[in-house]
Design a protein around this ligand. Structure first.
Ligand SMILES: [Zn+2]
Length: 81
């Protein structure tokens, strides 16, 4: 099934949504665009897998993520990209 009706967002836009996606705090339209992007983009797909793994490890350590820390992570990711 093709989802060609979705626009392909940029990698930068996708990376900004990674945490919302993982935390399930993303709107349906944004989620569809995001999922469409990671279907096409190996780089962002790998990033999602990495962040999911990281999150599960942090939760295992009962690490409480502050919004400050989250913002720094997003900036790091965009800088790396
Ligand atoms: Zn991408």
């Amino acid at each position: 099934m093709k989802k060609s009706n979705h626009k392909n967002i940029s990698c930068e836009e996708a990376l900004k949504r990674v945490f919302d996606y993982i935390d399930d705090h993303i709107q349906n339209t944004s989620r569809d665009e995001f999922e469409y992007h990671i279907e096409l983009c190996r780089h962002c797909f790998d990033r999602v897998e990495f962040e999911k793994l990281l999150k599960s490890r942090l939760q295992a350590l009962r690490y409480k993520r502050s919004s400050e820390w989250l913002r720094e992570r997003v900036e790091d990711i965009i800088a790396e990209f």
